[in-house]
Each structure stands twice: as structure tokens, then as C-alpha cells.
Design a protein around this ligand. Structure first.
Ligand code: 13P
Length: 249
């Protein structure tokens, strides 16, 4: 059985004062919670790792460099994230692909770097609105998966996040049967390349305008193993009910 994962991506939001949300979230966790991961900005990782100590909540980064160290001003290595207390790192988010021109090959190189540092990679894929309208969603997702996942991908070292770009921060969400179709295609693609056991064990998250009001419906969709949540992960009052929905699903 794949344990559900509720992951929060704080993006470029959060100052030290925001850490109080973690205490509230931890205090409200259900008795048998799903796996919970928060990916704050890098400046907060070490402090958050301290704040979640003993709660079972994991902390992750939002990006890492593909190199282990060196002359890369402003960048952060996977080992630095691990050293600060992170166990996961989001890679290939559409905002990184769009804002920083990250390619599938870049994402694959970063994924290998993450594993080397002992981090679990949360590899993101998703089609743009134009690709969605053109009916290219499945082709785009298959191509991104093929290019972004290194040959050594396992159910233990990687989580996949399907995030339609047009659903991020817009309040728009695909139809549930559309989510089911993409998640099914992702699992089939994993099975074709890595085998049925790997595909069966790998978590596939949905991301894009997940809110307390739609989380339960999304978690009930076949092959949805959790969510990658942006805006609604910033406040425990919103993320708590999403965690509860994932824990009950
Ligand atoms: P929203 O939940 O704000 O739409 O963001 C989704 C996302 O990009 C998470 O990585």
C-alpha cells in the first residue's frame, strides 16, 4: 500500500514568524496521519527542521544545484539541504522550468545529485494551458518523465508530482477523470520503464489549486497518492484539513 503524502510548497513565502504555523499544524495532526512534508524557502529549512523535531513532519528544499559544490553563486547543493535538516527536495517545478529555463536534462541531473545526498526527489511534471487545449497533455507528461527521471529511479528515492501549469495558483482544477487519466498514464509509463513493482510503490501526487474544499475529492481519485500544495500550505488552518483528508483517504 502506498502511504499518502501531503506536501506543502511554500515557494518564496515565509519569514521566521511563519514557523509558528508548524506548531499549530503539528498540534492538530490526526492520530494516524499521512506522511507530511513542508518545503519552506531555504532560509527557513534549518529552523523548521528544529521546529518539527519529534512531530513526524518532514522538511524539504524547493530546488538544488546538480553539482556537489563549487563556484555557483547563490545556488544550494543537495548536501547543504540535507545538512540543514531536509529529507526531500522538489525538483523541476514548473516555476523553475519557466523562470530559470530548467530542462528535463537539468532536472535529471539535479535528481541524481539529490539521491547522492540521501534526499528523496519530488520530481514535477505538468502541461501548460496551450498544451492542455491542444490535447497534448499525455504526450507532454510522458516526454517530461522520460527526460527528467534518471535510470536509477525507485519508489524509495523519488516521488512524482503532476501539476498542470494552468491549475497552479488559479483556482482551476482539472476534472477528476482527467486527473485519473494522467495519473494512470504516469503509473503506466513508470511500469514500462522501471517495472511493475517500482510503479506500484511510487507515490504520484497531484498539485494545482488543492484546497480544503476539494482535497477529499482529489484524494479519492485512482492513482492519486497525495498532493503538492502551494498557497493552501502556508496556513495551518488550510493545510491541516488537507492533511486530515489525506490521512482519512
Ligand atoms: P497552488 O496550490 O498555490 O495552486 O500551487 C501548487 C504548486 O505549484 C505546488 O507546487
Amino acid at each position: 500500500m502506498r502511504r499518502k503524502l501531503a506536501a506543502g510548497n511554500w515557494k518564496m513565502n515565509g519569514l521566521t514568524a511563519s514557523l509558528s504555523e508548524i506548531g499549530t499544524l503539528a498540534g492538530d495532526l490526526p492520530e494516524t496521519p499521512c506522511e507530511v512534508l513542508i518545503c519552506p524557502p531555504a532560509t527557513l529549512i534549518a529552523a523548521m527542521a528544529g521546529a518539527v523535531h519529534g512531530t513526524g513532519i518532514a522538511v524539504g528544499g524547493q530546488d538544488c544545484h546538480a553539482a556537489e559544490s563549487g563556484a555557483h553563486t547563490g545556488d544550494i547543493s543537495a548536501a547543504m539541504l540535507a545538512d540543514a535538516g531536509a529529507s526531500h527536495v522538489i525538483l523541476g517545478h514548473s516555476e523553475r522550468r519557466a523562470d530559470h529555463g530548467e530542462t528535463d536534462a537539468d532536472v535529471a541531473a539535479k535528481t541524481e545529485a539529490a539521491w547522492k545526498a540521501g534526499l528523496t526527489a519530488v520530481v514535477c511534471v505538468g502541461e501548460t494551458e496551450a498544451q492542455y487545449r491542444a490535447g497534448e497533455t499525455l504526450a507532454v507528461i510522458r516526454s517530461q518523465l522520460a527526460g527528467s527521471l534518471p535510470g536509477g529511479t525507485t519508489a524509495a528515492n523519488t516521488v512524482i508530482a503532476y501539476e498542470p501549469v494552468w491549475a497552479i495558483g488559479t483556482g482551476l482544477v482539472p476534472q477528476m477523470d482527467e486527473i485519473a487519466s494522467v495519473h494512470g498514464a504516469i503509473r503506466a509509463a513508470l511500469s514500462d520503464r522501471f517495472g511493475a513493482d517500482m510503479a506500484d510503490g511510487t507515490r504520484i501526487l497531484y498539485g494545482g489549486s488543492v484546497k480544503p474544499g476539494n482535497a477529499a475529492e482529489i484524494f479519492a481519485v485512482a492513482n492519486v497518492d497525495g498532493a503538492l500544495v502551494g498557497g493552501a500550505s502556508l496556513k495551518a488552518a488550510d493545510f491541516g484539513p488537507i492533511v486530515a483528508a489525506a490521512s482519512a483517504a
